[in-house]
Ligand binder design. Sequence first.
Ligand SMILES: Nc1ncnc2c1ncn2[C@@H]1O[C@H](COP(=O)(O)OP(=O)(O)OP(=O)(O)O)[C@@H](O)[C@H]1O
Ligand SMILES: [Mg+2]
Length: 447
Amino acid sequence: MRSVHSKKPTVIIPPYLAEPTLPATILLQAGNRSLTVQAKLDNDSVDEKPSNCLQLTPYAARELAIPAYSYRILSYDDNCLRIGPIIGILAAGKPGDAAASEKAGRLYKQLIMQGWAKGIFVYCFLPQNISWSRGLIQGQTCTPNGKWMKGQFPIPDVVYNRILYRSTENQKMVQKMLEEFDEHPGIYLFNRRFLNKWEVAQVLEQNSCTSHWIPETTPFSITNLKTMLQRHQELFLKPCHNSKGQGIYKIERTGDKGFRYGRTEWKGKYWIYVPNYNQLTMRLKQSLDHPRHYIIQQGIDLARLQGRVFDLRAQAQKNRQGEWVLTGVGVRIAARNRFVTHVPNGGSRADFQKVIKEVFDSSQIQNSIEQELHRICTVAPVVLEQELKIPLGILSLDIGVDSSARLWILEINSKPARFDEADIRQRHMQLLLDYFIYAAEHNSKGR
Ligand SMILES: Nc1ncnc2c1ncn2[C@@H]1O[C@H](COP(=O)(O)OP(=O)(O)OP(=O)(O)O)[C@@H](O)[C@H]1O
Ligand SMILES: [Mg+2]
C-alpha cells in the first residue's frame, strides 16, 4: 500500500546506531515486511545506557502489520534495520480457535507476554490462515497487558510447529504448508514434525556417542520376537506412532518356558499367562492392531520407589547460544503393578532430587545420575538433529534409571507436553524466547 503521507514516517533510533552518521532514511524490516522511514536520533537517552529497543509509531506499525509496541533491534546493517524477531506458533489442534487449542491458550498468553517484555512479537496461527499471495497470516496474539487480539500479521522469521495431533500434521494441506515454510528463505521452521520411536532408537543406537543409552530395539516381526525373547527377560512392544502408553505390551518370562503379557489399557485384569512361545506368538498376532507399526524393545529393570517403577521426564532445549541444555526434570511414578508411568494411567508426579535420594543411598550415585542426565540431554539431541536432518529447538526425553543406577533413553518426543512444575515451565518459556532470537539471527537460509 502506498503512503498517503507526503513525508516519510519517522522512527526514533538509539544513538549507538547513528555511527558514524545518521542516514537520511533507513529500511525498517519486520518479518517479510519492510518500510522506508526517516531516522531521528533519540536525544533524550544519549546519557542513559544504550537501549536495544525501538518504539513503533502507530503508522509504521500499521504498515508493517504488527502491533505498535516496543521491539527489539535484531540487526542493523546497510541502512537496514530489522526488528523482532517475529514468531509464528503453528498451534493447530482441533478445528477452531488457534489459541484455544491448547489449554485455552493460557500458556501461549504467558509466552506472548514474556515475548513482549523482550521486544519479540509472538502470534499463533492455523495452517489454513496463511495467505502467501498477500504475504500475511491471520493470527491471534495478545497485548502486553494480556488482552487477546486478532490480526493480519507478517510472515514470521521463525515458525515453531506445535501441531499436537499426527492426524492433523499428516493432512495434505498441512504438509504442503510445511514444505512452503521449508522453501521460503526468510523462515526458520523448527520441530517440523513428530518423531517415531523406531527412527529415534535406530539413529541413537547406531551412533557411538549415544548407543550405550539405548535398550536393544528391533522392528516387530516373529523372527525378531524370538531372538529378543532369547536375549532378554522382559520385552516391551510399542507402537511407533502412539503416545500416553497407548497400545504398549509388556512380556515377561515366567519360569522355564512360560510367559505372561499385559497391555496398558487392561485395567482390571493385568496379565495373560501362556505356557510356551508358540502360544505367545499366536495370541500376540491376534492382539496387535498393526504389528508392522510396532517395535520390540528390551525391557529395562527400572528402579522402584516403594515397590512402584518410575521414570524421568526431562526436557532439553536450545538456549540463546543455540546449545542444548536441560530445562528441567520431573519424576513420573507408575501406579502399583502397572508398567507405564503416565498420569492418566494412574501414575503420579514427584520431585527428582527427593526420589533419587530416597532410592539410592550413596551421594556419589546420586551425583552421577544427575551428571549422566545432563550428558544425555546435551548429547542425544545433537545426534538426533544431525542424523534425522530436522532442525530441533526443544525435545522431551523419557529416561529410565535401572536398579543399578544406569540411565536409559526410553523415548524422545518432539512435541513435548506441558510440565506441571511451575519453575520448569517458566525456564522453558525463557529458553524458548532466547532460542527464537538465536534462530532468527542464525537462519542460514537468509531473507
Ligand atoms: N524399554 C523399556 N523398559 C522399561 N519400561 C519401559 C520401556 N519402554 C517404555 N517403558 C515404560 O512405558 C512407558 C511408556 O513408554 P514410551 O514413553 O516409550 O511410550 P508412550 O508413553 O506411549 O509415549 P509418550 O511418552 O509420547 O506418551 C514409559 O514411560 C516407561 O514407564
Ligand atoms: Mg513416553
